[in-house]
Design a binder for this molecule. Structure first.
Ligand SMILES: Cc1cc2nc3c(=O)[nH]c(=O)nc-3n(C[C@H](O)[C@H](O)[C@H](O)COP(=O)(O)OP(=O)(O)OC[C@H]3O[C@@H](n4cnc5c(N)ncnc54)[C@H](O)[C@@H]3O)c2cc1C
Ligand code: SF4
Length: 338
């Protein structure tokens, strides 16, 4: 591990001042990703700014009827919070599908959004990787790309974003509240993560001198008809090959509102409003779900080892929508085995 300076931020303003003053500094929250990246020398910050003591651990109701989740709320606290379980169970399901209990106890909400790809070559510092070292090339395109993206790829990078929580936040249309030297701003979740394009080294639209303060959930939680399905190589403690978050509002036997987002297939949670629009007004059956899957996966393209993800994603979308339509009481099931 390289040498670095460790400092603690005393408040949010101090955190912003410190990061703005040192372009090579990084925040540390739970440390479950940044420390690994530093040990592998993938990330080499000159300064670690500890934000873990800032007062950003609160989950509170907001006047709009939604919930505001502080950036430092641990993933476990969020998943088991009574208001999340009752009103946004799709978020609980997605969080509990990720990592392990110990990791979720440490991992923060902001850190989960900012976690970096699990592309093998990103961690292997002796191989070219445009995300780690811009301009060096992409080893995954011609290499072992079983876990890589099938949608939104570029000639520079085919990495995926590994988060489960973010897939549910995309489906719920959350908003990310951030602050930097020029003040606060709110970023719609769909615009927070980026596609790789020609600059895969930039994962998100958060400026380097900004900090995430909170994630806000809108009032609509789809608590009656939701499902999060994650397909992975092991039953637990593995990142998604393909995952899907599906949320429906049913009215008179037809779909009144639909949300659909995929994980494990792109550089960001993958959503297309056209796929959701195609579901509106339809009877919730396999034909409608297959059509939505076709739209969501339009333009998908596999590489040597990950072509299987296209068919898998189609089946996952159909099954997740079917489970959502049935109103699977997943949280109750999780509580029983806890
Ligand atoms: C073995 C293992 C398995 C895992 N499996 C899964 C899984 O299946 N699904 C899943 O979703 N995740 C998984 N994870 C990832 C885990 O969820 C993330 O590592 C975690 O959420 C990161 O949160 P953190 O607080 O520890 O972030 P840190 O490691 O502290 O920080 C990560 C990054 O976020 C930045 N950051 C943190 N907070 C802020 C903020 N408020 N504002 C701006 N930047 C910030 C840091 O500077 C750093 O760049 C796994 C991790 C491990 C180690
Ligand atoms: S896919 Fe992206 S992260 Fe992986 S080797 Fe290529 S450039 Fe690097």
């Amino acid at each position: 591990m390289i040498n670095f300076r460790y400092t603690r931020a005393t408040d949010v303003g101090d955190a912003v001042r410190q990061i703005a003053a040192e372009p090579k500094a990084k925040f540390i929250a739970g440390g479950t990703n940044i420390l690994d990246l530093m040990k592998y020398e993938v990330e080499q910050p000159t300064q670690l700014i500890d934000i873990s003591h800032l007062p950003l651990r609160i989950i509170e109701e907001v006047p709009s009827g939604g919930l505001r989740i502080g950036a430092l709320v641990p993933n476990s606290d969020l998943a088991y919070h009574p208001l999340i379980e009752a009103r946004y169970p799709i978020l609980s399901s997605a969080i509990l599908a990720g990592a392990s209990q110990q990791l979720r106890n440490m991992a923060s909400t902001g850190g989960n959004l900012m976690q970096r790809t699990r592309c093998f070559y990103f961690y292997d510092t002796v191989t070219p990787c445009n995300k780690r070292e811009p301009g060096s090339g992409c080893s995954a395109i011609e290499g072992i790309n079983r876990i890589n993206a099938i949608l939104g790829t570029s000639e520079a990078c085919i990495a995926t974003h590994p988060s489960d929580m973010c897939v549910a936040l995309a489906a719920l249309e959350a908003t990310v509240h951030v602050i930097g030297p020029s003040g606060e701003r709110a970023i719609p979740f769909a615009d927070f993560h980026r596609l790789p394009g020609g600059t895969p080294e930039i994962d998100t639209n958060l400026a380097p001198d900004e900090i995430i303060m909170a994630v806000e959930l809108p009032p609509q939680g789809f608590a009656s008809h939701y499902s999060y399905l994650k397909i992975r190589d092991r039953l637990s403690y593995a990142f998604a090959l393909v995952s899907a978050a599906a949320a429906l509002e049913l009215d008179g036997g037809r779909i009144a509102e639909a949300r659909l987002a995929l994980g494990g297939v792109a550089h960001k949670p993958w959503r297309r409003v056209e796929a959701e629009a195609a579901l509106r007004g339809e009877v919730p059956d396999r034909a409608a779900f297959a059509k939505a899957a076709d739209i969501l996966l339009r333009g998908s393209c596999g590489f040597a080892h990950n072509g299987f993800k296209i068919g898998l994603a189609h089946r996952v979308i159909e099954r997740t929508l079917m489970q959502a339509a049935h109103g699977t009481p997943q949280i109750q099931a999780i509580k029983k085995i806890r």
